[in-house]
Every structure is written in structure tokens, then in C-alpha cells.
Write a protein that binds this ligand. Sequence first.
Ligand code: ATP
Ligand code: MG
Length: 205
Amino acid sequence: MGIIMANLKYGIMGGTFNPIHYAHLFIADEVKNIFNLDKIIFMPTGTPPHKNNLNIDAFHRYTMTKLAVADNCKFTVTDIEVLNQDVSYTVDTMKRLKSLHSDIDFYFITGADAILELPHWKNPEVLLSLCKFITVNRPSYGDDLEHKIKEITDRFGGEIFLVNGPELSVSSTQIRQRVKEGKTIRYLVPDEVNEYIIKNKLYIE
Ligand code: ATP
Ligand code: MG
């Protein structure tokens, strides 16, 4: 009788993370625990470079994400999309990840708003064949989210799991707005992220 080894299960938490905040970290940890994931990989999206070729914006978002996860050995950050000079489509990124790590099962983690956009992403049916999705319910997406998710898998196949987390209504938009207005964002983001934003004068205009 041989020893059967189960595949490793990694969660991929994609986002702009402009900046990363405690709701991102909370849902990643919640999903990790519920689905028994071995690791969560935070994957900041790239931004197509503007006139100069130096993408400050992506660099800051990536650095803040690194700072935010540094104290959790189950959390890591990948620069796979940040380093891409073009827009990265999730399906292409997942193809790359699967070809590099064919023995890992990937679970793409999203909030409710992001999963409802899935039909507009590139090749949803291919993407859903490469990884499973885990969606955490977000404020105001309430009751018919389950129904809407079923419509997506009926159309494209694959599996999307829905988790009802506590509703944390913090968003990056709100944080950028608060910084602009000179309000505190302490307790909305990790201290290291708060300090980084202040030191680099991010979001003040
Ligand atoms: P923005 O306000 O700029 O849209 P955001 O706070 O929504 O930013 P994103 O980087 O766009 O953050 O989101 C990354 C992922 O985290 C998405 O899947 C999004 O749905 C999810 N997410 C963000 N905030 C929350 C929240 N408060 N509760 C649950 N999921 C969230
Ligand atoms: Mg968003």
C-alpha cells in the first residue's frame, strides 16, 4: 500500500491593494482556515507603465503588501503580475502558475464585487478549469449572490464556493479618501502600511 499525498492547496488573493487593508488580510485568513489552505499568496495586479517606464504605483502597492503580510508565515506575496509590463489577465497568470506548480491546487479568493465581474474577465471557462474560486460575501451583495454565482458556474463550469464572513466595509477607496482629507487610517491598515503611506506621502492628492 502506497502513501497517498494530497496536493498542497494554495489560496491566491488577487487585488490592486491600493493600499492593502485589514479586510483583505481578514478574508484571506478566514478562507485559509475554513478551506484548510496551506498558504495564501497575495498577488497585486500590475499597472501598464505610463510615459516613463518606472512604475512607482505598482512598486508601492507591492511593497505595502509585503509589509502587511510580513508577520504571518502562511502569507506571501508574488510579483508575477506587478513585473508584467502589460495588463495581466488572471487566466494567463493562472496558466503560468499551474505550469510552474502542476501539483498545487489553487483557490482564487475574491470579494463579492469581484466575482460578479468574472463573466467579463478573459476566458472565464478556462480560468474556472484552472482553479476553484472562493468568494467572501461583501456588504450590500446579500441574498441573491448565491443565485448569481450559480448562474456563473452554470454558464462557465467550475466551482465557486461562497463564504459568509462578517461584513467589514473598509475599502481602499475609503482609505485613499481619508488620507486625502487628513484623517487617520490607523486600525484600518497595519501600522507598517500606515507608516509607509505617511513616509512616502501617498494619496495626499
Ligand atoms: P478599491 O476600493 O480601490 O476598489 P478594494 O478595497 O475593493 O479597493 P481591491 O484591491 O480592489 O480592494 O480588492 C481585492 C479583493 O479584496 C477583491 O476580491 C475584493 O472584492 C476584496 N475585498 C476588498 N475589500 C473587501 C471587504 N471589505 N470585504 C470583503 N472583500 C473585500
Ligand atoms: Mg475593489
